[in-house]
Design a protein around this ligand. Structure first.
Ligand SMILES: *[C@@H]1O[C@H](CO)[C@@H](O)[C@H](O)[C@H]1NC(C)=O
Ligand SMILES: *[C@@H]1O[C@H](CO)[C@@H](O)[C@H](O)[C@H]1NC(C)=O
Ligand SMILES: *[C@@H]1O[C@H](CO)[C@@H](O)[C@H](O)[C@H]1NC(C)=O
Length: 374
């Protein structure tokens, strides 16, 4: 009886599929919360892209000869960090060809500088980052300091939140020691680097130092939010099966080893802030940019109370309506801007651009205009 036996077979197989699924799910959940695995997953610093880059030769990676210099910065705990200083187009063009040496203090005096805090994996010499230095040094005519956090590239050590935060601070101090004025340094973070940029901006805020501004490109609101929304292999929602167990969910999220929490830092950030996110970003949903922008708007004192019967969605819409001006840029995106005294908050949403949004010229230009670089 072939029909019966096949039905029988299916019935027997179903529970096994379920058992495998539950075991697999449990294993993935357990693995994700192993600190070592979290460190690798969050920073991806073990992924180098090219064999061993010759960091002392930025020319090998496409930068004009003599335009960039490889240097080493010592972090607060004596960890040595590799970095590149790329000069602005104006300064580079002012030097006799072929360029022999660059004078960092002179370059810093001539043009504003971008402290670039890169995202996860790779190092300062990977092609998509080189493309960013080329664009920012020419299109925005800015100097760039690109630092590899501990554990990345040829920097010593391995990454922790406190460690990478002190590395960003060491890069800031390097500029300061070489004569840069805080109001001439724009802190730009991309992806994971937005959380590090926010840590630096909050630390400077606490020290009453005002940088030119803070730019958060393709940011995430907090790492716990990201883990909570995570889809295994892009389609299996990690925390969906635990929706009925909020206490367990909270407990598991509490195990995050590197709980970057940009949202929590906002009150201590005192500079102007630009947030940019592409709607087709595949790494972090652009709702993260909204969460951050709305949290900044909440810092602006209300002129009249917002009705208490509004839910959070309606409240955010009302805050935007009251505080932000909206500019539609045809074919490109939408720019919302708000002002609090001297400070400006802006949210740029682009229709396209993916996660690698800093290579988008329109985004570079909005940055340039907002911070008077162009
Ligand atoms: C790396 O580049 C520097 C500067 O161009 C050069 O002197 C050195 O020989 C290079 N090192 C290697 C291993 O190729
Ligand atoms: C870093 O090195 C310097 C000089 O070698 C030393 O004086 C200082 O105590 C060290 N700091 C730490 C935190 O190890
Ligand atoms: C913000 O700064 C104040 C001191 O100015 C400090 O007490 C507080 O802990 C800081 N908040 C965060 C989230 O770092």
């Amino acid at each position: 009886m072939p029909a019966t036996s096949s039905r029988h077979g299916t019935l027997l197989r179903v529970p096994w599929v379920l058992v495998h699924f539950v075991i697999g799910y449990g294993a993935i959940l357990a693995l994700i919360f192993v600190p070592y695995i979290q460190t690798l997953a969050v920073y991806g610093h073990h992924r180098g892209f090219s064999a061993t880059p010759n960091f002392s030769s930025p020319e090998d990676y496409g930068l004009a000869p003599g335009k960039a210099v490889n240097l080493y910065i010592t972090s607060a705990d004596n960890t040595t960090l590799g970095a590149w200083f790329v000069t602005s187009e104006t300064y580079y063009r002012s030097l006799p060809f072929p360029v022999q040496t660059i004078d960092i203090p002179v370059a810093l005096k001539q043009r504003p500088t971008i402290l670039f805090l890169h995202g996860k994996s790779g190092h300062r010499a990977i092609p998509r980052r080189i493309a960013v230095y080329s664009a920012l040094s020419s299109r925005l005519n800015a100097n760039i300091l690109a630092v590899d956090y501990r554990g990345f590239g040829d920097s010593e050590g391995s990454p922790t939140i406190a460690g990478v935060a002190s590395d960003a601070r060491a890069a800031w101090d390097f500029l300061f020691v070489h004569g840069a004025r805080p109001q001439d340094v724009l802190i730009v973070g991309h992806s994971l680097g937005t959380a590090i940029a926010a840590l630096l901006a909050a630390e400077l805020g606490r020290d009453s130092i005002s940088p030119l501004g803070l730019v958060l490109l393709a940011p995430f609101a907090s790492l716990r939010t990201v883990i909570h929304e995570y889809y295994i292999l892009g389609f299996l929602p990690l925390f969906k099966p635990l929706a009925m167990a909020p206490a367990l969910t909270r407990f598991l999220l509490g195990l995050a080893t590197h709980p970057f929490d940009t949202l929590g830092l906002l009150p201590n950030i005192t500079s102007s802030v630009l947030i940019a996110h592409a709607e087709d970003d595949g790494a972090f949903p652009h709702a993260h940019a909204d969460m951050l922008f709305d949290a900044f708007l909440e810092l602006i004192p209300a002129t009249s109370p917002i009705p208490s019967n509004m839910d959070s969605v309606a409240r955010q819409a009302e805050l935007r309506r009251r505080l932000a001006t909206v500019q539609e840029i045809p074919g490109f995106g939408k720019l919302e801007e708000a002002q609090r005294g001297e400070r400006k908050f802006a949210l740029l949403k682009t229709v396209a651009g993916t996660h690698d949004i800093l290579r988008v010229e329109g985004v570079q230009d909005v940055m340039g205009r907002m911070f008077n670089l162009i």
